[in-house]
Design a protein around this ligand. Structure first.
Ligand SMILES: O=C(O)CCC(=O)C(=O)O
Ligand SMILES: [Fe+2]
Length: 428
């Protein structure tokens, strides 16, 4: 179905969705054919594109599963770039524990003699301690390697790898050291720290298996974001000389870009006019891009370290694509577990969800975002009759350093009854 073709005037200065990992147990993501989702590779700051595959679903491990698997499965950072020429839609479905669930390393792992890396924690405590914005800016799973239990286990080669990285980065001027400056997002939940709140009940193995699945709540969040058209990329090489060359080149480009950014800012939109148009009137980023702006409003210009640096993209790498035609095959289970521990991300094909169903969801998304602003606005934070249905653009515009080039519709599934009463009719 055709949709308007909003362009982001300066996609290189902003982001579609900033770097973050999900607080969910698992996220299942349907994306359209445009592409633009990148996953962070295990070591360093290299990013791998998740290519759109018709009919596939992208699966990623979230923080809750990282905790429940005692660090075996990894909740990995990812981001979406902004696009200079196309609309992009994606539909992530977040599968979460319930707020009142207590999560921790699964008892069966501990019973087998593994030392728990994380404490039991009330899921609502975990999520409320990580505000969405903080989470996005927060540090990354590799920090877990620095807790004593983990580093004792790491092999000599892993340790060497880490040391090498640290040496190289610390000798570079002015690159932001995210890990050092920002709080560790799992810090409060590592075993060595005192418990924050007594859990209302402790969870046993049966509860994990019996209670969590039906209690999982899912949020189908339809995100419209407008990612960047792919540009030529250079493979990152670990060769030191090339590494330094790239970084020095980058650093000079940095000051250039930074000095360019203010002059690119659109003169017409001051902050209150922008807020009125985008948020209060419900036009969203989509409405903004349809104005045909020639420059990106300054509120969307991201600090350099948040933008996607194309030289850090590894084009030859790919997350696993797993064929699910035979669920029973132990090899399939093995591929999934391997992918969850190595990458935290994989795509599944032949998963039994008919293509028509996937297409219907995308069509519903297009239908919703094509509605007039005043209709979409009925679902905004100010006007929506329920917190479970929310149309918005930024999550917390007051708190975000710079706004993301995206809109979203968040639908929190509670029951069929609530769905038919509250969800926008074009999405039912
Ligand atoms: O749009 C995408 O592909 C990813 C969105 C995402 O990462 C999120 O909403 O958590
Ligand atoms: Fe995400």
């Amino acid at each position: 179905m055709p949709i308007p073709n909003p362009k982001c005037p300066n996609p290189e200065l902003t982001v579609g969705v900033g770097r973050h990992s999900d607080v969910s147990t698992l996220t299942i993501l349907l994306q359209d054919e445009i592409g633009g989702l990148f996953v962070r590779q295990k070591d360093g700051d290299n990013w791998i594109h998740v290519p759109p595959i018709k009919g596939s679903l992208v699966i990623n491990v979230g923080d809750a599963l990282q905790i429940m698997s005692n660090g075996r499965y990894r909740s990995v950072e990812h981001r979406v770039v902004a696009n200079g020429s196309n609309n992009r839609i994606s539909v992530p479905i977040f599968v979460n524990p319930r707020p009142a669930d207590v999560i921790g390393p699964l008892p069966e792992l501990i019973a087998s003699g593994e030392k728990p890396i994380y404490k039991q924690v009330l899921y609502s405590d975990f999520t409320s301690n990580i505000s969405f914005v903080k989470h996005m800016m927060d540090s990354i799973p590799e920090q877990l390697d620095s807790v004593p239990e983990r580093s004792q286990q790491s092999s000599p080669t892993q340790k060497q790898g880490l040391q090498k990285d640290t040496q190289v980065t610390s000798s570079l001027p002015a690159r932001p050291q995210r890990n050092k400056q920002l709080p560790q997002r799992f810090k409060d939940y590592q075993v060595s720290l005192p418990a924050k709140r007594t859990s209302p009940h402790t969870i046993n193995q049966e509860e994990v298996y019996m209670e969590l699945p039906p209690g999982f709540s899912s949020t189908a969040s339809n995100l419209i974001s407008t990612p960047l058209k792919p540009r030529s990329t250079t493979a990152f090489s670990s060769n030191t000389l090339i590494f330094f060359l790239k970084h020095y080149l980058l650093l000079s480009t940095r000051s250039l870009l930074e000095s360019m950014a203010p002059t690119l800012a659109h003169p017409f939109l001051d902050s209150s006019a922008l807020r009125e148009f985008v948020i209060n009137q419900g036009n969203g980023v989509k409405g903004l891009s349809e104005l045909g702006l020639t420059a990106l409003p300054k509120q969307y210009i991201q600090p350099l370290e948040e933008r996607t640096c194309m030289s850090n993209i590894v084009p030859q790498e790919s997350i696993p694509i797993i064929d699910m035609s035979n669920w029973e095959d132990p090899q399939v289970a093995k591929s999934i577990c391997d992918a969850a521990s190595k990458w935290g991300f994989f795509q599944i094909v032949n998963h039994d969800v008919p293509i028509e169903v996937l297409e219907n969801v995308k069509d519903a998304t297009y239908r919703f975002f094509r509605l007039p602003a005043e209709v979409k606005n009925k679902y905004s934070k100010e006007h929506s009759s329920s917190n479970n249905v929310r149309f918005g653009t930024s999550f917390t515009p007051q708190a975000e350093k710079a706004l993301e080039w995206k809109d979203y519709l968040s639908l929190f599934y509670v029951s069929e009854e609530e769905t038919s009463a509250l969800w926008p009719s074009v999405c039912r």
